[in-house]
Write a protein that binds this ligand. Sequence first.
Ligand SMILES: Cc1cc2nc3c(=O)[nH]c(=O)nc-3n(C[C@H](O)[C@H](O)[C@H](O)COP(=O)(O)O)c2cc1C
Length: 315
Amino acid sequence: MVSMTVDLAGARLPNPLMTASGCAANGRELHRFFDVADLGAFVTKSVMLGARSGRGTPRMAETPSGMLNSIGLQGPGIDAFVDDDLAWLASVGARSLVSIAGSDSEEFAEVARRLRDSSSFGSVAGVEVNISCPNVANRGLVFACDPGSSSAVVSLVRSQLPAEVPIFAKLSPDVTDLVTIASACLEAGADGLTMVNTLLGMSIDIDTMRPHLGGVTGGLSGPAIRPVAVRAIWQVRSAMLTGRLPVAPIIGVGGVRTGHDALELVAAGASAVQVGTSTFNDPTAPVRVLRELEQLLEDKGIVAFTDVVGAAHPS
Ligand SMILES: Cc1cc2nc3c(=O)[nH]c(=O)nc-3n(C[C@H](O)[C@H](O)[C@H](O)COP(=O)(O)O)c2cc1C
């Protein structure tokens, strides 16, 4: 039997498989297909301070190997989220990695504070800070495209949460120098990184000659982006191995459909793997990928999952 346990900056998880934020609502839908407590952690949809209805429709468009979405952080707001969704996840024994977002750094901090003060906070394995969403306070820019903005958000969130609850900054691959952004986040107090969020994309309906999405541009996800995720994880892990960045756990996400795909991200340097878009056509995908990964490691004679993290780097 392969040991699948992982320790992500102090969060001890029975296995490295997670859902990806926004792709499985907040758990109830998936629980009809498998026990969400079987996952290493359930990653919740990014929650903001107030309730939001998101962007205009249509909000999804298919692409040859994935999809574009422009949901726009629809959600109930943090107070309803902790009372309803987080309490439910805790009641079924799931470990939650709660994804938070904000229009400015103060909103992120307020969301973190209300989460900390909630009665279900004990079930929170960690907090994922979604700095890769548009920054409304700065004309639609993305926090994670700028080291200063990333650092401001991460340090304020860090100051609101107990030290034993790790925070993971979720990065965008749509930047020139990912290592600089990763460095800003880790210096500001992030305990780990999640990579990658969607890539900005767009498609046009050539019958109507108009953009497919109501929001015009959207986030590209699915198999098409896996090579980008592998590259991003590899770059940041290399920087850690060569002393340019402090060593910290990386949660890999992007285009994972099978155990093989997951192992590719792990070999590049990911200590845990999230499954997103794949869940839309196979709701069991997160636990199926876990089983496939475990079998793959067993077939290779690997005794512990942690032995293959970053295995593709020269030793
Ligand atoms: C419909 C949809 C909604 C998403 N919502 C969020 C979100 O609220 N917060 C976030 O950090 N990422 C969000 N993402 C990005 C995913 O968590 C993930 O980073 C991305 O889709 C790449 O993984 P995948 O190729 O496995 O889907 C969303 C993705 C999709 C497809």
